[in-house]
Write a protein that binds this ligand. Structure first.
Ligand code: ATP
Length: 595
């Protein structure tokens, strides 16, 4: 029950519904006990004594009991359903809220399909149990208590003999529970693996198809599917092993009842009406015990689901606000960024940044160059506190960024990533993402600066064009330009371009950068790029290799010293020369970046 204790805050405020639901079910169950008594009365007092004038009254009582029972069952369903849905609504929102708080470190390992399955199937299992399953279990107890009490009142000796096998039934049922619970955990896990496989396949459908790996993917899916099947078979095996034994004990009770009860009737120590009532009451005991497997199943499923949901709720948030974190008003922020002896390593990895020190005064442009995996993106991830530093510190306007509230820190920063994520919404809403009360004019203005306006206007619905989950239908460069417009609209103090113009041609990149220079006056900009053309205007360029700064200076300074920067420049310049030989006019325009 510990799982449900931990989930208490999500259903306890609606405990009224909970109790009404249980009470209604208990009364309905109690009313059910009227039937065997009516039966006994009908046989012993009406049929045997041939007093048929009592039949209409009995019939009316039956109708009343049935109607009342029906109403109580309806109320039980209504309140139980409401409780379950209320709980599911709150828990779902709390889970989503937690998912928003969890830091990058969690998402580095999390699987989308698995999270989806926790938010849907697992949540539903808890909803069903809290709405109905729990009341059903309680009802089983009530039926057992009421049923056996009534049997005892009719004939205590026969009751004891009939119930002789019940302890065996209970032992088998509890053994069954200990076996079936782990089996359900396995089923839930393989279900989420299956969902993850489907989700990854659909997300990566372009890669799959372009590599003609459909068959391989089908085989991979079949492995997960087989896994799911075998975990279900495992549970079915446990079911098949224990259920017949439980059934056997239940039926043995009926055999004893009919044998000994029948003998008592023959001996005249019991009336035939009492035996019939007894026979109908025994089902009040056997019925619930028979269904105990189902209830246990329901309970263990929801317990396993509760554990998986609680895993998210109790997940540690690595990056969070300190108590009394500073909230910086945008108008206060100047954008002075410093890195002081920063060291960082991702969990279980070699250092990604070693002793990085950097000063970026307001309005300066810092260029970052380096090979794949050199640590470029890590620098900017640390700046917006995607991860906690191992040592050293990063400051913004003199404040340690660890002391600034995440919300106010990230409000000052706009990042344009190499991979652009567009929401399934209109282009206008994608540009205005996260910003309220923005006019169409402002959206158009930033789209023009990002050189996106022209291609947007060529689309059939212009700014109202809906772009897909991943901006399907737009080219990489177009998506990047929308992301740049989105960042500019945020009006940040610090702009970070993480390989943000890699997908646009050089000419467009020049145009975009010219636009940037206009809007970024007085703001701090970090540019990560592979092209020297993107960095040449930077006030300081740092060249990274395996997390260490191996060169730093302006474009002209770096060209004067031998090293990777000059080498990169020469390689890219050689390409430009070849281009120039082929199309001298086009390259002429771009010559600006060459010395
Ligand atoms: N989320 C992560 N979890 C674990 N290791 C990571 C993570 N992100 C990056 N790394 C590792 O940290 C190192 C630096 O990575 P980083 O992304 O900063 O390099 P980069 O210079 O930006 O590379 P690229 O130009 O390819 O984007 C690499 O060794 C990389 O494998």
């Amino acid at each position: 029950m510990n799982v449900f204790k931990q989930l208490k805050e999500f259903y306890w405020p609606k405990r009224k519904l909970f109790f009404i639901s249980i009470l209604c079910l208990a009364f309905a169950t109690g009313l059910g006990l009227v039937y065997p008594n009516l039966l006994r009365y009908l046989i012993d007092e009406v049929i045997v004594k041939e007093k048929y004038d009592k039949v209409p009254v009995l019939a009316i009582i039956v109708v009343l009991v049935v109607t009342l029972k029906g109403m109580l069952q309806f109320l039980h369903g209504l309140t139980g359903g409401r409780l379950g849905n209320w709980m599911a609504y709150n828990l779902r929102n709390a889970l989503y809220d937690k998912l928003q708080q969890l830091s990058f470190q969690y998402y580095d390992k999390a699987k989308t399909g698995d999270l989806m399955s926790r938010l849907t199937a697992d949540l539903d299992a808890i909803r069903m149990f809290l709405g109905f399953g729990f009341a059903q279990i309680l009802n089983v107890v009530l039926m057992l208590v009421f049923g056996s009490a009534m049997m005892f009142s009719i004939n205590w000796k026969l009751t004891l003999l009939t119930l002789i096998f019940m302890p065996f039934l209970v032992i088998t049922a509890s053994k069954f529970e200990t076996k079936i619970h782990p089996a359900f955990r396995i089923i839930r896990q393989s279900m989420s693996d299956l969902t993850t496989a489907v989700q990854e396949n659909i997300t990566g459908v372009r890669t799959v198809k372009s590599f003609a790996r459909e068959e391989h993917e089908v085989k991979r899916f079949m492995v997960h599917s087989a896994d799911y099947k075998s975990s279900n078979l495992l549970s079915a095996g446990i079911w098949a092993k224990y259920f017949p034994v439980m059934e056997l004990f239940a039926n043995l009770s009926v055999v004893i009842l009919l044998g000994i009860g029948g003998y008592m009737v023959i001996q005249d120590s019991m009336s035939i009406g009492e035996l019939v009532a007894f026979f109908s009451l025994i089902w009040y005991i056997i019925g619930p015990l028979w269904g105990i497997g189902f209830h246990i199943n329901n309970y263990t499923q929801s317990k396993a689901s509760g554990e998986r949901v609680l895993e998210i709720i109790n997940q540690y948030v690595h990056v969070k606000d300190k108590e009394h974190a500073i909230s910086l008003a945008p108008s206060q922020v100047k954008g002075f960024v410093t890195f002081e002896d920063v060291n960082f390593a991702y969990p279980d990895k070699k250092p990604a940044l070693i002793d990085l020190s950097l000063d970026a005064p307001p309005g300066s442009v810092i260029g970052i160059l380096g090979g794949t995996g050199a640590g470029k993106s890590t620098i900017i991830q640390l700046l917006y506190r995607a991860y906690n530093l191992k040592s050293g510190r990063i400051t913004l306007d003199g404040y340690n960024i660890n002391d600034i509230s995440l919300e106010s820190l990230r409000r000052q920063i706009a990042v344009v990533f190499q991979e652009t994520f567009l929401f399934s919404a209109s282009i206008r809403n994608n540009i205005a993402y996260g910003i309220r009360d923005i006019s169409m004019e402002q959206v158009i203005q930033v789209a023009k600066l990002a050189r996106a306006h022209d291609f947007i206007m060529e689309l059939p619905l212009g700014y109202d064009t809906i772009v897909g989950e991943r901006g399907l239908g737009l080219s990489g460069g177009q998506k990047q330009r929308i992301a740049i417009a989105r960042a500019l609209l945020k009006d940040p103090r610090i702009l970070i371009l993480d390989d943000a113009t890699s997908a646009v041609d050089m000419e467009t990149e020049h145009e975009i950068q010219a636009g940037f220079r206009e809007v970024m006056k007085g703001r701090t900009t970090f540019i990560i790029a592979h092209r020297i053309s993107s960095l040449r205007h930077a006030d300081e360029i740092i060249v990274l290799d395996q997390g260490k700064v191996i060169q730093r200076g302006t474009h002209n300074e770096l060209l004067r010293q031998p090293g990777p920067y000059l080498k990169t420049y020469q390689i890219q310049y050689a390409d430009m020369q070849t281009e120039a030989e082929k199309a001298p006019d086009k390259v002429e325009k771009e010559k600006g970046w060459v010395l």
